[in-house]
Design a protein around this ligand. Sequence first.
Ligand SMILES: *Cc1c(COP(=O)(O)O)cnc(C)c1O
Length: 385
Amino acid sequence: MKTQQPIKLSLATMGGHEQEYVKEAFDTGWVVPLGPNVDGFETALAEYLGGGRRVVALSSGTAAIHLALIELGVGAGDEVVCQSFTFAASANPIVYLGATPVLVDSEPGTWNISPVLLEEAIVDRKAKTGHYPVAIIAVHLYGMPARMEEICTIAARYGIPVIEDAAEALGSEYKGDKCGTLGDFGVLSFNGNKIITTSGGGALVCRTAGQAAHALFLATQARESRPYYHHETIGYNYRLSNVCAGIGRGQMRVLPRFVARRRRIHTLYSELFREVEEIEVMENPDAGFDSNFWLTCIALKGGKRGATPDKVRLHLASVDVEARLLWKPLHLQPVFSRTPAYIDGTSERVFAGGLCIPSGSSLTDGDVERVASEVIKIVKNEMAG
Ligand SMILES: *Cc1c(COP(=O)(O)O)cnc(C)c1O
């Protein structure tokens, strides 16, 4: 007997106005990678982020990281520091450029790059290679802001620019400023399961109009303004379609509501798990951090006798609830096995005990209660058995 609806990890949720903007693109003939929806989406993002930032809408978050690295002059033979505990897309563009990632472990409070290990890595790379890394990619994993003040202080000490991978953190704030506006460049993603979606897309957040104009130039095949096609630089086809940007404009109208909803879902989980000593919910470390809680993550504290994240995941799957293990740290990925890494075990520990549970903006309180009771059931069972 199966009567309950499946519950997904983070389904794309439409706000209701997306199709109007998409229809407008069709009706006005702007079915191309530029146009009024692209402009409108960029403006809406810039206004939402604040801080006078310029936003360039792109075909993906990965493209945004690639362009940020190019804008910073990263090239073959350079080294770029990247948080190890993240999705591979954070680091892949380093390799596209013939540069080498230097992977750095996390600290336990945010699960993001450890400022202590970051400085160790910078100093050690200089000692070993004679050069400092040329950029730092800090990630706000699951929406939780990284310790940006410490990171930016260290970066400034060695003159190294910071790229914020805020792909999961649109709406998150650190000390009152929006994630994506804290580094030299910010990166956003609008892939299908992110807090808002354009079906696929991303954006580069720039400090100056000049940087934004240059990134836009590179993203449109580095076409010089001549009456014929004239190229002096290698370009990329990275612009966002005006059709997809229409979805984005609709999504921007509901983004504040989605952020509030994801935070509310996280609070509900925290309340429901409060009395369960085997489960710890990932929380903001202090008042300076305000995660969007794109995904609520839990850490299982049962130790050897307790439920493993995968046992919990499989039990949830058996009752039609989708959960996911955490990002497997990049230094454990075969493709990065020969990459220099500065590791103290934090991300491996977190990965071994953690689980992402359903957090989509359209979940009802009843859905959250159902997920929590299934998690508690399996965790208690495992402890007893
Ligand atoms: C989704 C994601 C990206 C890549 O974004 P795409 O739009 O899918 O290319 C990069 N970094 C992190 C942390 C992500 O979660």
